[in-house]
Design a protein around this ligand. Structure first.
Ligand code: PHB
Length: 390
């Protein structure tokens, strides 16, 4: 090797260190998908992984000349594990994008890694308002609890629900839901009589529900994360709260499509607000639901699946827009402002906040074609995260 060739080989090696996978892996584009595949949040992992794989099956695994490699890692929804896995994915696997994040503490644990390594972090599930502010590299395709809660607090007092007790999981999204629901309900002339918080891990709802029964509000407003709704519904009905005249309302996490059909007729009539229902009446959604069920032994896609599916779309489109040559900053820029029709309805990524702007629907559980669904009866269009305006 002459001197000139030697020098260019050295500079190539240095460049490959600096730019990571672009040089190291040539034509591969790696997506590190970190999800809770086991433990309390396992349904979220199962839904998002299935949706990501469906997106790839439908749209091919080669984009802008790059072969897409999806690396799925289980973080068991323990934030220290999420952080370690993210570090390994960035340093060892040299992923181009980090994605997934089943719960808020997991998304927050990775934010400093995304910032330092300039790796776009696509949050497909976690929904505390402040997450997008934890790193300029975060883009969200799920929703925020303030988005969903405010719509319900506008609906409730117009529908005979003035006195409410709130019951939320005691961490980021629950506290957002409690705060924004209460503020808006109070503004609308309603009243929150009591605010109860239950632990995220292994909650026992019984003593809290007993308390609600004693207070006897018009309604109980609930936020629990996806996967925990069926337990609340079961205990609510077992205690005869509905028969005592207490209505159950909440964000759509409680009537989660992953579990709803097994909740029984007691769930009929429950009103929730959310950004996605499997029953959303659009051609795009019908196509999505049919394909998802076909590929997953009839499993019904829930709002987590849609967050994962749309997150993959945002990544694919950014890769296309940067013609396969972009580093983290270019990819991030190409994610901002994307606007498209999701199975949930129209949505876009706000270029300033990197957060999702979307319709929020009011829905009521009904039996349709023999199955329980969240049937939409009203819509508030293009809702920005109310948590950002303060
Ligand atoms: C969250 O931890 O941010 C989270 C998890 C599950 C949900 C909503 C929010 O259904």
């Amino acid at each position: 090797m002459n001197k000139r060739n030697f020098l260019s080989a050295v500079s190539l090696a240095v460049a490959s260190l600096a730019t990571g996978s672009a040089w190291a892996d040539g034509n591969t584009f790696k997506i590190g998908l970190i999800l809770p595949m086991t433990g309390q949040q396992a349904t979220t992992g199962r839904q998002i992984e299935a949706a990501a794989r469906l997106y790839m099956a439908q749209n091919g695994d080669t984009v802008a000349g790059k072969k897409i490699e999806l690396i799925v890692k289980d973080d068991t929804s323990v934030p220290d594990v999420t952080k370690r896995v993210a570090q390994e994915l960035v340093v060892n696997d040299k992923v181009n994008v980090l994605a997934g994040f089943g719960i808020t503490p997991s998304a927050l644990a990775v934010a400093p890694i995304s910032t330092q390594s300039k790796t776009p972090q696509v949050v497909m599930a976690a929904a505390t308002s402040s997450i997008t502010e934890a790193s300029p590299y975060i883009v969200r395709t799920s929703f925020t609890l303030p988005q969903a809660s405010v719509a319900l607090a506008d609906w409730a007092p117009k529908n005979g629900i003035k006195k409410v007790v709130t019951l939320v999981s005691d961490y980021g999204p629950g506290i957002d839901a409690e705060k924004f629901f209460k503020e808006r309900l109070t503004f609308n002339g309603g009243q929150v009589l009591e605010s109860l918080r239950v632990p995220l891990r292994g909650p026992d709802f019984a003593p809290f529900l007993q308390k609600v029964r004693d207070i006897k509000p018009d309604a109980l407003f609930v936020f629990v994360p996806s996967g925990a709704g069926a337990a609340v519904m079961k205990q609510f009905l077992e205690r005869g709260m509905d028969k005592a005249g207490i209505k159950l309302i909440g964000t759509g996490d409680i009537t989660d499509d992953d579990q709803l059909n097994d909740m029984g007729d007691g769930a009929i009539g429950v009103v929730t607000s959310h950004h996605y229902s499997t029953y959303h009446p659009s051609a795009a959604n019908k196509k999505f639901v049919d394909a998802f069920q076909k590929a997953n032994k009839g499993l019904r896609p829930n709002f987590m699946a849609v967050g994962g599916y749309d997150g993959m779309r945002v990544i694919y489109e950014a890769l296309k827009a940067t013609k396969g040559n972009g580093g983290g900053d270019a990819l991030l820029a190409a994610m901002k402002g994307q606007i498209f029709e999701s199975p949930r309805g129209p949505m876009f990524i706000d270029a300033q906040t990197r957060d999702v702007v979307q319709n929020i629907y009011l829905r009521k559980v009904e039996r349709k074609e023999g199955q329980l669904y969240n049937v939409e009866f009203d819509v508030i269009k293009d809702v920005k995260d109310p948590g950002k305006a303060r």
